[in-house]
Each structure stands twice: as C-alpha cells, then as structure tokens.
Design a binder for this molecule. Structure first.
Ligand SMILES: [Zn+2]
Length: 469
C-alpha cells in the first residue's frame, strides 16, 4: 500500500546554520507578506475603481492567486523588493507564496460554502516576532545522508540530526520510500525537519483478524477495552489515563509565576519583552512541549497495539468539540486526546487492512446492558457501576460500554460504518441534529405497566413519560 507519511527528526545545527535556518523562514514570511500586500492592493484598487463607476472592462485586471502566478510576479520584482534574495534558497520564497496561495484558496472556498469546517478568514500578515518559523523545500538537494546522522537541504547544506535517521534511511536505501518535500520548523526551541514521503508499506495483518474489540474512551481510564490486552491494559481491560498535563501543572505554575515576574510584552504600549522574560518563557514552553511529546508517544503506542492486535475496532463517534465546551471537563478531555486516538486508528487500521467501525453518536453504549440488552432511560456520569434492572448484571460502566460497542460490530457485519465511512451527513455541522433518546428496547415496552401502578398525575410517572419523547 502506498501512503503519504512524514518522518520528523530533531536537528542539531551549528550556530551559523541555525541563523541560516531562521533567515530562510524569515524569507518565506517576507514573501508571504509581500504577496498578501499585493493581493490586498489590487483588491482595494478594484473596489475603489468600481465606486467611481468605471466600466468592468476598464478595471485593474484581477491578480491570479495560484502559486505559479504569484511566483511569476515575485520573480519579476524580487530584485527591487528584496535585493538580498540570493542569500536564501528560492524554495523559501516559494514556500511563503505557497502558504499564501493556500490561505487565499481556503478563504474563497470557505466563503463560497465549498469548504467544510469553521469559516476561514482572510489571511493576515505574519508578524516577525510571533509567526511560526517554518519553511518547506520541495526541490533541489533535499537528501537524507547515508551516514544516518545528517540531512542535506538546498543552500543550507549538511545539517547534523539530533537523532538517527535510520528509520527513513533504510526505506530510502530499500527503495520503498521517496522524499517529496522537507519542512524545517522551530518548535520548543529546537529545529526539526519533517520529510513528507511516499512510502510503500507492507504491514502485517492484525494478530487476531477475527476478533472484534470495543474501545470506550474516558477520563477515569483513558480507554476501556471489551477484553484485556496484555502489556496495554490491566486485568479488566482498562488503559490507565496518564494525565500528562495534570502532572506537569505544578511545574507549569511555578515557571509561569517566574515569567510573570519579568518584563513581558505589552500589546497596548508595544513594549518588547526583556531577554529574561524570553528565557523564562522558553523554560515554560519546554514543559508544554514535553507534555505534548509524552502524550503523542503514549497515544501512538496504544493505537498501534490496537491496530496490530484486532481485525475490527469499534469506537464511539464522540462530539469532542462539544465536550470541550464543558468547562469542568475540557482540560481533562483535551489532555486525553480523544480525537487524536480516532485519527490515528483510522489510518493505522487502513494500513493493516483491518476495520474501524465508528458507532453512531446516539448509540446508547453506556445505558444498555451488555448481557441482556435492556436499556436504561438515564445513567448520570457519576454512577460508575452499571446495574441492570432486568437481569441484575453488575459491571463497571465503561467496560459495559466497551462490550456494547464490540457487540455492535458483531451483530451487523457492515456495522454503522466501514473504514473511514462515518455518520451520514446532516444539517448541523457537528452532527447534533437529534436529542438523546430516552428509552428504547425492553425498558420502553415495560413503561406502560409501571405507570399504570402510579396514581394519575404522579410527578415521577409524568417525568418518565416526558423523558421518552
Ligand atoms: Zn441486563
């Protein structure tokens, strides 16, 4: 299977190389801002001319926004606007103009309703001090050196890597990967280079191709699997939640206090931060990056173990964006990284030819008995143990949900969605076009008998009936 995959390596550039990397990213930013100013000027000019009543044929011709068109104009004027252009690789200017072309394209397609997701605004100028330092090389001497400790970039030359490049180098030597582009980026005070590659993957099929596993994501436990997996879960199938951010929060508070005591930037007065503030800020950011690295590592290990182990994986379609609007839970949910788990499972199951089933958002996985199938009307979040009213089953709430999810894929061979096949489109962007169902299955059948025992106008009976609408 041919996939696009990135290999990212931390770099150890010499001080001169680090300056050159910074210069290249600055050049990309310069080209972006130059192009944006040009686009704005032409748009404003045409607006003004229209307001004078000039005929459409006589207006200033519109500027084309594609990368080749922008690059053509840039090459015509670069001697005037950037006489120093030869200091950097031409790829850096191309990189800036490419991101401008993409930004403008995103804006127009979003405005015309052709782009999913939240509305994209018109691009803004990139600040010298705040913009992310990043630059992409697509042609020229982009290489991973054979010694597995160096990479080569146009104009920048050989740069030592902080870690071995063997994972990618082996593939390049075997001819199972081809480098498409290299992106350098300053992140967490360190330069990284990410190679986008076309990779010929031959992953072994899952160890248990006929086994279905249900995965219930949560906060008490990061995930509860419908059956234990040695090395990943405990005896009952729970994956502990490492809570990296919560564990780092004390250190983060301490470093943040140190930042607050120093002379920081002020957007009102335009005051620049002191050197000490910048150093303290870097020390704080290092913790943030460490948390992100720990989380990424843990999630990759979990999703790889799942994709390598089971033929079918069933997860819930969680409304993560909606859950993040709960201010009591948002931090814990963001710390767990639910959406990232689903994203990783989607492509890792594809690589191994296994199946990812995403349960309908309204599937009552927590409220249904995994033994007899009776559903409860409500199960508040604080009740951690599921007790079935019909068969008397007592089981951990999350394990019950995981087993229900697994049973979902077993009962319907097609599932609610195959690999990558998600919920049907609906009017609302986040799929929130329904209310939570109150009753279903056996409990719904029983309701009339129970309410018959209750006196007319009983508030308990009334509320039960209302809740099932
Ligand atoms: Zn039951």
């Amino acid at each position: 299977m041919i996939v696009h995959q990135a290999y990212r390596f931390a770099l150890d550039p010499t001080p001169a190389q680090a300056r050159a990397l910074s210069t290249h990213c600055g050049a990309a930013r310069f080209a972006f801002n130059w192009g944006l100013a040009l686009v704005k000027a032409v748009m404003d000019q045409r607006e003004a001319e229209k307001s004078y009543g000039i005929a459409p044929a006589d207006l200033t011709p519109p500027l084309r926004w594609s990368l080749p068109a922008l690059r053509k104009v840039w090459n015509q004027v670069k001697d005037d606007v950037a006489p120093w252009w030869a200091e950097c690789s031409k790829e850096s200017y191309s990189s800036g103009l490419d991101s401008l072309a993409r930004a403008l394209n995103n804006w127009t397609t979003s405005r015309d309703g052709k782009r999913k997701g939240r509305a994209v605004r018109f691009p803004r100028f990139r600040s010298k001090r705040r913009a992310r330092r990043s630059c992409r090389f697509t042609t020229g001497g982009v290489r991973v050196e054979a010694d597995r400790r160096h990479i080569n970039l146009p104009k920048l030359g050989r740069i030592r890597t902080h870690e071995s490049t063997r994972k990618l180098a082996r593939r390049l030597e075997a001819g199972t990967a081809r480098v498409l582009s290299a992106t350098v980026r300053l992140e967490g005070g360190r330069w990284h280079c990410s190679f986008t590659c076309e990779v010929q993957r031959a992953d072994p099929p899952p160890a248990q191709p006929d086994v279905v596993i249900g995965v219930d994501l949560g906060i008490t436990h990061l995930a509860v699997l419908s059956r234990p997996l040695s090395g990943v879960t405990n005896a009952v199938g729970a994956v502990p939640n490492p809570k990296h951010f919560a564990r780092a929060s004390a250190a983060l508070r301490r470093k943040s206090r140190a930042v607050s005591r120093k002379h920081g930037p002020d957007s009102r007065t335009g005051a620049r931060p002191s050197k000490r503030w910048e150093r303290a800020d870097q020390r704080r950011n290092r913790i943030h990056h460490r948390v992100a690295n720990l989380r990424r590592d843990g999630l990759h290990k979990l999703t790889t173990a799942l994709a390598a182990g089971f033929g079918t994986i069933v997860i819930e379609n969680l409304n993560v964006a909606g859950m993040l609007s709960n201010r009591r839970l948002a931090r814990s949910i963001a710390d767990a990284g639910f959406a990232e788990i689903r994203r990783q499972l989607a492509y890792k199951t594809r690589w191994r030819g296994s199946r990812l089933v995403v349960a309908d958002r309204w599937f009552p996985s927590s409220r249904t008995c995994s033994d007899c199938g009776a559903a409860k009307a409500k199960l508040p979040l604080h009740i951690r143990v599921f007790r079935c009213d019909s068969c008397g089953l007592e089981i951990d709430r999350d394990l019950n949900a995981a087993r229900n999810l697994a049973a979902l894929a077993v009962s319907s061979t097609t599932g609610t969605g195959g690999t990558g096949d998600l919920e049907p489109p609906c009017s609302n962007g986040r799929g929130a076009d329904r209310k939570t169902r109150a009753l279903c299955g056996q409990a719904a059948v029983k309701r009339p008998d129970r309410s018959a025992d209750l006196p007319v106008g009983c508030p308990a009976g009334a509320s039960r009936i209302r809740s099932c609408r």
